[in-house]
Design a protein around this ligand. Structure first.
Ligand code: R5P
Length: 292
C-alpha cells in the first residue's frame, strides 16, 4: 500500500549503503548504459522525496544515474524533490579562465533543476565558499560546512596547532582564528588535461616551531597541500597535518602529501576511501528523516 500523501520518503542509492539501506537498484546493461529501478516507487505519490546519491567516483556516470532516479521519482508522483549530495562534482568549474570555457558548475545544477529537483543539500561546495542557504540557477542549495569539525577532530591530538587555509577560498574553512595563504596557479600544463599547476604560495603569518593544521574544501591531486606544507616547513613549522571535506586523492596524491612530511591526513566520507575519515553519517541520516 502507498504511503499517505504529504509525508517524507527517503530514496537511497546503492552507492550510499554505508549511510542507509538502499532502495534504488543500479545496474549496467551489457552495452554500458545504466539500469535504474526504484524499489519503493509505490510509496512516492504526493510525498516529499529526498534522494541520497553519491556523485563520485565516476562523476559523469553517477550524474546520469541521478537524472534517472529524479526522473523515476517525478514520474511516480513526488510532490517535492530534494537531493542529498555529499560531494558535488564540477563545482570547481565555476569561473571562466580562457574565453569560451563552459561554467560546468552552473550547467550541472541547471540540469538537476530541469530534471525536477528543487533543493539540494551539499557539503563545502567549492563555488559557495560559506555555510548557509543559497539560490543558484533556480536551485535552493543548503551548503553545510564541516571545516571546524575537522579542525576539532585533529585538535584532539594537536591542541595548540595553528589552523591555516592553503588559499583564499579556504578562509571560511579555517574559521575566524585561522590564517590563510595566497595560492597562484599557472596556465594549463598540457594540451589534453585541464589542469593548472600551483606555481606560488604566499604566507604572511608566523608558524615557527608550531604545529599546523591545513584545512581545505578538497584534496584532488594534492598539489595545494604539498605546496602549502612545503611553505609551512620553510617558515619553520615543526609538524603539519592536513584536513579536507572531500578526499579525491587522485593518482599518487597521498604518497606526495606524505612525502612532503605531512603527519595526519583526515577527510570525511563524502567520498569513500582508505584514508582516515570523519563520518557525515549522523547528519545525512538526519536529513533523510531518520531512514536507516
Ligand atoms: C581549489 O581552489 C580547491 O579549493 C582546492 O584547493 C583544490 O581543488 C585542491 O586541488 P589539488 O589537490 O589538486 O591541489
Amino acid at each position: 500500500m502507498g504511503k499517505k500523501s504529504g509525508g517524507d520518503v527517503g530514496i537511497v542509492s546503492q552507492n550510499c549503503a554505508d549511510f542507509a539501506t538502499p532502495n534504488v537498484v543500479l545496474k549496467k546493461f551489457p552495452d554500458g548504459e545504466n539500469y535504474c529501478r526504484l524499489e519503493n516507487a509505490e510509496e512516492i505519490r504526493g510525498n516529499n522525496v529526498r534522494i541520497l546519491h553519491r556523485l563520485y567516483p565516476n562523476p559523469d556516470d553517477s550524474i546520469i544515474a541521478l537524472m534517472q532516479i529524479i526522473y523515476g521519482v517525478k514520474k511516480s508522483g513526488a510532490e517535492n524533490i530534494s537531493l542529498i549530495i555529499p560531494y558535488l562534482p564540477y563545482a570547481r568549474a565555476d569561473k571562466v579562465w580562457l574565453g569560451g570555457e563552459v561554467e560546468s558548475a552552473r550547467m550541472l545544477v541547471k540540469m538537476l533543476v530541469c530534471g525536477g529537483a528543487k533543493k539540494m543539500f551539499v557539503w563545502d561546495c567549492h563555488f559557495l565558499k560559506k555555510e548557509g542557504e543559497f539560490e543558484f540557477e533556480g536551485m535552493k542549495i543548503e551548503n553545510k560546512c564541516v571545516g571546524q569539525k575537522l579542525v576539532q577532530y585533529l585538535k584532539k591530538t594537536s591542541k595548540d596547532a595553528v589552523v591555516v587555509g592553503p588559499d583564499m577560498g579556504a578562509k571560511h574553512m579555517a574559521g575566524k582564528c585561522g590564517k590563510v595563504m595566497k595560492k597562484r596557479r599557472g596556465e594549463y600544463a598540457e594540451e589534453k588535461s585541464a589542469f593548472r599547476p600551483v606555481v606560488e604560495m604566499e604566507a604572511y603569518f608566523d608558524v615557527k616551531e608550531k604545529e599546523v593544521i591545513l584545512i581545505d574544501d578538497m584534496i584532488a591531486g594534492g598539489g595545494t597541500m604539498v605546496n602549502a606544507t612545503k611553505k609551512c616547513f620553510e617558515m619553520g613549522a615543526k609538524k603539519v597535518h592536513c584536513a579536507a571535506t572531500h578526499g579525491l586523492f587522485l593518482g599518487e596524491a597521498i604518497g606526495k602529501i606524505k612525502g612532503a612530511g605531512v603527519g595526519k591526513i583526515v577527510v570525511t566520507d563524502s567520498i569513500l576511501g582508505e584514508t582516515e575519515r570523519m563520518s557525515l553519517k549522523e547528519e545525512i541520516v538526519g536529513l533523510l528523516g531518520g531512514k536507516k
